[in-house]
Design a protein around this ligand. Structure first.
Ligand SMILES: Nc1nc2c(c(=O)[nH]1)N[C@H]1C(S)=C(S)[C@@H](COP(=O)(O)O)O[C@H]1N2
Ligand SMILES: [Mo]
Length: 208
């Protein structure tokens, strides 16, 4: 029996998951009750009066909303599980925000303009996603967590939420979507993380 399989090691590390929830936890992940903060840099603080969210494709602007205008867009509640590549998962997290479907509709777009998106954030972080993963109710710009305004450390005032991919794709402090025709890597993807990041296929690093 190697070290990893000794019950004492398992118990000590406290990484057992309630059997009822095991089917919800992707391979290599463990459930945490707290909400770790993982940021590659300092937390930016942008006054709401200066905050905007915009979308563009090349030089073509597709939509831009102030904070007040963003609040007037239709909001959706969702309860989802989230999975961080550092191996914690958090079950039944409750979010409120504007789905990407609602944003596209508000911009008068009947279909996403390109197959890929680069999400850009205050502080310089970015992440790439296939547009297909953002629509159909699978992605939102979240402004509230657990019935309160989203805390700055967790991406407030607004973050991207794409819970079916590893959580690094859920870009905090998101400010714009750049619609791109050719996929290119964002911040972590350039540093060796997987270009897509499906937790159920353990796509942690490029080559997985
Ligand atoms: N802008 C920005 N977004 C980010 C990050 C970051 O460093 N900057 N880290 C990513 C990573 S690696 C993870 S796991 C989650 C962490 O979100 P949390 O701090 O709310 O748990 O945010 C993602 N979004
Ligand atoms: Mo992460």
């Amino acid at each position: 029996m190697n070290n990893q399989n000794r019950p004492i090691a398992r118990g000590f590390r406290g990484r057992r998951t309630d059997p009822a929830n095991r089917a919800r936890v992707p391979p290599g992940q463990h459930v945490t009750q707290d909400f770790p903060v993982l940021s590659a840099g300092p937390t930016p603080h942008v006054p709401l009066t200066e905050w905007t969210f915009s979308m563009h494709a090349g030089n073509t602007p597709l939509g831009k909303w102030t904070w007040a205008e963003f609040q007037d867009l239709p909001h959706t509640h969702i309860t989802v599980d989230i999975h961080c590549v550092t191996k914690w998962s958090k079950l039944d997290t409750v979010w409120e925000g504007v789905t990407i479907d609602a944003l596209l509709e508000a911009a008068g777009l009947t279909a996403p303009p390109t197959a890929h998106v680069m999400a850009h954030c205050d502080g310089g972080y970015s992440t790439n996603l296939p547009t297909a993963d953002l629509v159909g109710g699978r992605g939102m710009i979240a402004t509230r967590f657990a019935d309160a305004p989203l805390a700055a450390a967790h991406g407030g005032p607004a973050r991207l939420l794409v819970p079916h991919l590893y959580f690094w794709k859920s870009a905090k402090w998101v400010r714009s979507f750049e619609f791109i025709t050719a996929e290119r890597p964002g911040f972590w993807e350039s540093l060796g993380y997987h270009i897509y990041g499906d937790p159920w296929r353990e796509q942690r690093y490029s080559g997985d």
